[in-house]
Design a protein around this ligand. Structure first.
Ligand SMILES: Cc1cc2nc3c(=O)[nH]c(=O)nc-3n(C[C@H](O)[C@H](O)[C@H](O)COP(=O)(O)O)c2cc1C
Length: 310
């Protein structure tokens, strides 16, 4: 008998396979392709307090073993998400994670407060749509000239502290590999009362259109994801897992069962799959089946047997 289940801050995941923010919409389109309730969870498209149109110009480009994106957090805003997507989320049977960004601390806090308030009234009616907030601190801090909140630990501390104070929902902070000290950042999140961290977000990267003699992207730099970043992501997840005692969601370039096992052996409680959803649209259900087959073949009855085994 194989048990793939795990939990983070009381949120149950039937397996450790979670679809990563920005690569799975709010689950609707993929839900038309396969039964997404087979997944452990999904992290919705990154939300901001107000609607965002996203960046102009080219938004995605393929690279050797990965992709660049400069989507610019296009999203309908927190209120529209709660109104339009959450009724459908209520009927899903997997861990539902709201990914929250913001350009000021006030925006982050107000976004978290709205999600929390919505969860409270739904709970009174015996319903639930959002199980957990994933705080994306990779957004540009407009007050600090656009440098991302997630670069400097003490600047990020303020966001985590204030958002923690604004919600009683389970809170996981998503870390950027561009951070000055990603291990210090994770330790700070634990000190500030977060329930876990997820890592990694995309690497700041670049592509030049040599004929136009300018950057391919209007925003100059873009985020690199996919198999190219996996070995670095794995090293960072391993370092963070050794430094904290709370759960870690590992991601970065995962595209096979073997990749999932590596992240779990490095110490991750659950993993997330992003870019691979664009390569193989049924990635989620294939990876769930692949994980079960691997465990059976290797005689592993629970992932606790191999988690952090290194
Ligand atoms: C097109 C695209 C959009 C993304 N949007 C978000 C987002 O809104 N919020 C967020 O926290 N991460 C976002 N990410 C980052 C992914 O969730 C993930 O952290 C990263 O891509 C690394 O995983 P992967 O290599 O499996 O894609 C986005 C990634 C891609 C490729």
């Amino acid at each position: 008998m194989i048990d793939t289940s795990c939990s983070i801050a009381g949120v149950a995941f039937k397996n450790p396979i979670v679809m990563a923010s920005g690569t799975f919409g709010f689950g609707k389109e993929y839900g038309a392709l396969y039964d997404i309730n087979k997944l452990g969870g999904l992290s919705g498209k990154g939300l901001t307090l107000h609607l965002k149109a996203g960046n102009d110009g080219i938004r995605v480009a393929e690279t050797a073993s990965g992709m660049l994106n400069s989507v610019g957090l296009e999203n309908p805003g927190v209120a529209a998400f709660l109104q339009e997507e959450c009724p459908r989320w209520e009927s899903l049977d997997l861990a539902r994670i709201a990914n929250l960004g913001g350009n000021t601390i006030e925006e982050y806090v107000e976004g978290a407060r709205l999600i929390d308030e919505d969860a409270a009234w739904r709970a009174q009616a015996g319903r639930q749509a959002v199980d957990m907030i994933e705080l994306n601190i990779s957004c540009p801090n407009v007050k600090a000239g656009g440098m991302a909140y997630g670069i400097n630990t003490e600047i990020a501390r303020e966001v985590v502290r204030q958002v923690r104070g604004a919600t009683t929902l389970p809170l996981v902070v998503k870390l950027s590999p561009n951070a000055e000290d990603i291990v210090g950042m994770a330790v700070m999140c634990q000190e500030e009362g977060a329930d876990g961290v997820s890592l990694i977000n995309t690497f700041s990267a670049m592509k030049i259109d040599i004929y136009k003699r300018r950057s391919m992207f209007d925003n100059l730099y873009a985020g690199l994801s996919g198999p190219a970043i996996k070995p670095i992501a794995l090293r960072m997840v391993h370092q963070v897992c050794r430094a904290v005692t709370f759960p870690v969601m590992g991601m970065g370039g995962i595209s096979s069962t073997e990749d999932i096992i590596e992240f779990i052996m490095a110490g991750a409680t659950v993993i997330q799959v992003g870019t691979h959803n664009f390569v193989q649209m049924r990635a989620g259900e294939q990876l769930v089946a692949g994980l079960e087959a691997f465990m059976e073949q290797e005689g592993i009855s629970s992932l606790d047997e191999i988690r952090g085994i290194l």
